[in-house]
Design a binder for this molecule. Structure first.
Ligand SMILES: [Zn+2]
Length: 89
């Protein structure tokens, strides 16, 4: 099962299991799958698009990890969004 990978950067999530179904106030994020602690903390309450744009500008290391990870994937909402943001200037 590959469900313990972060849906954003692809890193293995530590202590997976408590990530899903938590009583998070941001219910819309549950559709975007599990996320590692770093991505979660970085993303905060931002929408996926807002956060990816921010990462692209301000966190080049994470942005490279994200684009590398999603470059190997063929579909999915997050992958499509990553590719869209990557093409923006
Ligand atoms: Zn992550």
């Amino acid at each position: 099962m590959a469900y313990n990978d972060c849906s954003y950067c692809g890193r293995t999530i530590q202590g997976a299991g408590s990530v899903r179904g938590g009583g998070s106030a941001n219910a819309s994020s549950s559709r975007e799958g599990p996320a590692c602690v770093e991505c979660k903390r970085s993303k905060g309450n931002r929408s996926l698009v807002q956060w990816l744009r921010w990462v692209k500008k301000n966190d080049r290391n994470r942005w490279e990890r994200i684009t590398k990870y999603h470059g190997r994937k063929s579909g999915g909402m997050i992958t499509l969004t990553v590719k869209r943001i990557a093409e923006e200037r």
